[in-house]
Design a protein around this ligand. Structure first.
Ligand SMILES: Cc1cc2nc3c(=O)[nH]c(=O)nc-3n(C[C@H](O)[C@H](O)[C@H](O)COP(=O)(O)OP(=O)(O)OC[C@H]3O[C@@H](n4cnc5c(N)ncnc54)[C@H](O)[C@@H]3O)c2cc1C
Length: 477
């Protein structure tokens, strides 16, 4: 029987394992941490009964993918829950902007900027299923929908500041700035719109849902299905070399490129080793989990109903903060993402005490405390917030890397989203999952389509391995 070892049990490692096991491969997953899940763990980090997502919280790109259609994770308890407002953006003085599932409702609330919002996001939303089919794969392929992909690409290629100039009101510009900041790129750089355009469109097409009971439900469901197919998982095992993996026919590495270079060592062809060791990481994040009595008292009404709140003020302020972070300097007013998952999933709260998730963009490897900067930013739009905080759990960018080595320097997206790495990651290759060592593949978020708990990197990598196995006539169904 064909045997595979998967190193790392993040959503991509588990997705790769499941895809292989479902085709009759005997699979074992080895995980360094005591629990499975990588970026999809949920724990009581502050007070008993409060469920905090340790990493990923929102899953717009996991709802409807080829992987999600192939494997029914709901059979193992995965349920998506949507907030009323997908994301919001408070501004000074109590106003702000918000994105609903409906592009029309969002446009209507934006007033003078509604038409431009509809022009960008309305058209893309109705065609997003086709567009996603192309961008959830490695870029070097014959597109199934070239015209739609080209229109998406024309917007994605723009610097965020250029695309934002389509909006004229502070609300319209800020709403786009908040979603564009997810790229962790300077707003003036090429393709810094790409992530904002994709996530903004996904908010209208799929919403920004949370997993009922916490993101750990994703890992539980993946592991449940994997066990059904005979796959095994062992925790507490850190793999340092391919030599430790015995006679596996397939090895899937759910690790950062530099770790893959160490694990595969001298077996890697020099050009692949060079590409993996030169792979670039982006800025880090500093994360604080709060236990808050009665939630955050946002002045902006819609933010009280939003799953995600982008905190950072105007487009110009966020652009300046992102530029600073990129230059290795900590801004006084950083961009902060606040998650209110409990609004969509009240099971995470304990009475009137609720879990609130927040992280700030900080320079790569930043070890200093950013709690005060984060609280000041929230307090600016929600006076009285600090008085409601009952407990905190803090993790710096450096501690994030200690928690999970895939987040090098606190880089939560496993690789800088610069123009080259957005299109080709971890290197320019027709099949970017192959490492040039027979049977060894990279399947982490450092491969296409990139960061997120969607499992598509693992699914694509496993399909590449299955194609190669079939080519060799190996025994999998
Ligand atoms: C704070 C934060 C917020 C985020 N928010 C979101 C969000 O809202 N939505 C979203 O979609 N994504 C979000 N992400 C990103 C998302 O979590 C990741 O992109 C995703 O988890 C990547 O999955 P992966 O399987 O590639 O790697 P990971 O989930 O990082 O898993 C890798 C696993 O491999 C293990 N491992 C590594 N090296 C070894 C080794 N040598 N031996 C054995 N095991 C090893 C690690 O312990 C880990 O368990 C966030 C991430 C963070 C940190």
């Amino acid at each position: 029987m064909t045997k595979a070892v998967v190193v790392g049990s993040g959503p991509n490692g588990l997705a790769a394992a499941l895809t292989l096991a479902a085709e009759g491969v005997e699979v074992e997953v080895l995980e360094a941490a005591p629990t499975i899940g990588g970026g999809t763990r949920t724990s009581e980090l502050t007070l008993p009964g409060l469920l905090h997502d340790e990493c990923s919280g929102f899953h717009p790109l996991a709802v409807d993918t080829p992987f999600a259609r192939r494997f029914d994770l709901s059979r193992h308890g995965l349920r998506w829950r949507w907030p009323e407002v997908q994301y919001s953006h408070p501004l000074d003085g109590g106003g702000g902007a918000a994105a609903w599932r409906s592009p029309d409702a969002t446009a209507a609330a934006l007033g003078a900027d509604g038409r431009a919002w509809r022009q960008v996001f309305g058209w893309l939303t109705s065609r997003f299923d086709d567009i996603a089919e192309d961008f959830l794969r490695p870029m070097l392929h014959l597109p199934a929908h070239p015209v739609k992909l080209a229109r998406f690409g024309a917007l994605a290629a723009l610097p965020a500041t250029a695309l934002a100039s389509r909006w004229s009101t502070p609300q319209g510009r800020a709403l786009f700035a908040g979603v564009a900041a997810h790229a962790l790129r300077p707003f003036a750089s090429p393709m810094s719109s790409a992530i904002g355009v994709a996530l903004g469109t996904a908010a209208h097409r799929y919403g920004w849902p949370v997993a009922e009971g916490g993101s750990a439900a994703i890992a539980r469901a993946l592991a449940g299905l994997l066990a059904e197919h005979g796959g095994k998982v062992r925790t507490g095992i850190t793999v340092t070399s391919l030599d430790e993996l015995g006679s596996a026919d397939v090895v899937m590495l759910d690790v950062a490129p530099s770790a893959a270079a160490r694990i595969a060592g001298e077996r890697l062809p020099p050009r692949v080793r060079r590409a993996l060791t030169r792979y670039r990481h982006g800025p880090g994040v500093f994360k604080v989990e709060f236990a808050v009595r009665e939630g955050v008292p946002w002045q902006h009404e819609e933010s009280r109903h939003a799953g995600t709140v982008h905190v950072g003020g105007s487009l110009a302020e966020i652009a300046a903060a992102e530029r600073e972070v990129h230059r290795g300097r900590m801004p006084t007013r950083p961009f902060v993402l606040v998650g209110q998952q409990y609004l969509a999933d009240p099971s995470r709260a304990a009475g009137d005490v609720v879990p609130v998730y927040a992280y700030a963009h900080v320079p790569q490897g930043w070890a200093a405390d950013a709690t005060v900067a984060i609280e000041r930013q929230i307090e600016r739009f929600a006076p009285g917030f600090r008085d409601r905080v009952l407990a905190r759990h803090v993790r710096s960018a450096r501690q994030l890397q200690e928690y999970n080595p895939n987040y090098v320097g606190g880089d939560v997206v496993t690789g800088a989203n610069d123009a080259l790495q957005l299109v080709f990651r971890p290197r320019v290759a027709l099949d970017p999952y192959r490492l040039g060592v027979p049977g060894v593949y990279l399947c982490s978020a450092a491969t296409p389509p990139g960061a997120g708990a969607h499992g598509m990197c693992g699914y694509n990598a496993a399909r590449s391995a299955l194609r190669e196995l079939r080519g060799k006539g190996a025994g999998c169904s």
